[in-house]
Write a protein of this length. Structure first.
Length: 313
């Protein structure tokens, strides 16, 4: 039977989820995740979720996104498009379906006037920061045949925090306190201070992420001690957050770096996570340089290596 490429339909949902989890076994999703991160994404459009169909069966897919709503501190990014996930059913490898999907995706972006296509650092709802180099090498080779180049190689990291010991950081905490800097959990009335700091110093997606998590807290999902802040003279100068075992993001105002504020924010955050009974912490996206400089001393170790790819149209 001939393979056809068509837009996603509502009736595809069950078959699509099954296909996704067979094609991307190291990045499975469930129905709620699909609804939250795909269907309810403000930039989602059904014609951007390409379905490869053979004999009325979903055998491949490619999720293409362009901005239909501006992103905080980023705007419309009018020349960019993103592919955040694609895959082919393992029983249908070798039929050229992946090539058809990528070719159709590029035509889709071209028709919308896009000049730069990225895989896959899209915000707000990326799944992973690129393609796992160890688990999906064929996907990288396919994209390179279409002229995509690897432009970055982020990593994800994990740490077991069962035996995390905060005591080595108490002296630093006291030293910072002597300099008027307090590192502690966020208080309810300090939300405006935190948001102001984030808007001034951090990327737009981090502002969005913090705001979403704070909104969940107001609904009774989580608690304010998921946010650790560094505060001086009634101004937030640094922050760290966690959600379940997901550690971060975190950051410090540029003019306050080099004082050990970031290290103490991390230590206090990991301590809070441990006090809540968590055994592990993980980071989805960082660099080798940051891992060596920051995360290794807290016991984090690399678990996955990704490739971010880019193509100019």
């Amino acid at each position: 039977m001939m393979v056809t490429i068509r837009p996603y339909r509502a009736s595809d949902e069950s078959a699509f989820l099954s296909l996704w989890n067979l094609a991307l076994p190291f990045d499975p999703i469930d129905q709620k995740t699909f609804h939250r991160k795909v269907l309810l994404d403000p930039n989602f459009a059904a014609d951007g979720l390409l379905i490869a169909e053979e004999n009325s069966q979903c055998v491949g897919f490619c999720l293409c996104l362009v901005r239909r709503m501006p992103m905080e501190k980023v705007g419309w990014e009018p020349e960019k498009g993103w592919i955040t996930a694609f895959g082919v059913h393992p029983h249908h490898w070798g039929k050229g379906i992946g090539r058809r999907l990528i070719s159709t995706a590029l035509e889709y972006f071209h028709s919308m006037g896009k000049k730069e296509i990225l895989i896959s650092p899209y915000t707000p709802n990326y799944f992973v920061p690129g393609i796992d180099e160890d688990q999906y090498p064929a996907a990288i080779r396919l994209l390179q045949k279409f002229g995509f180049d690897v432009i970055a190689r982020p990593i994800s990291m994990d740490a077991n925090i069962v035996l995390f010991d905060y005591s080595p950081y108490r002296e630093r905490e006291e030293d910072l306190r002597q300099h008027g800097i307090e590192v502690r959990c966020l208080r309810l009335n300090e939300i405006p201070l935190l948001i102001s700091f984030l808007q001034k110093h951090m990327p737009g997606d981090w502002v969005r992420h913090a705001r979403d998590l704070l909104t969940d807290v107001t609904k009774g999902i989580g608690s304010y001690d998921q946010f650790i802040i560094a505060i001086k003279d009634e101004e937030v100068i640094g922050w760290c957050q966690f959600e379940g075992e997901h550690f971060g993001p975190y950051g410090v105002a540029e003019q306050m770096r080099g004082l050990g504020v970031g290290t103490l924010l991390m230590a206090k955050c990991l301590l809070t996570m441990r006090m809540k009974g968590l055994h592990n912490a993980w980071i989805l996206w960082t660099t080798e340089e940051t891992a060596e400089r920051v995360y290794h001393k807290f016991g984090f170790r690399k678990t996955r290596q990704f490739a971010i790819l880019r193509k100019e149209l």
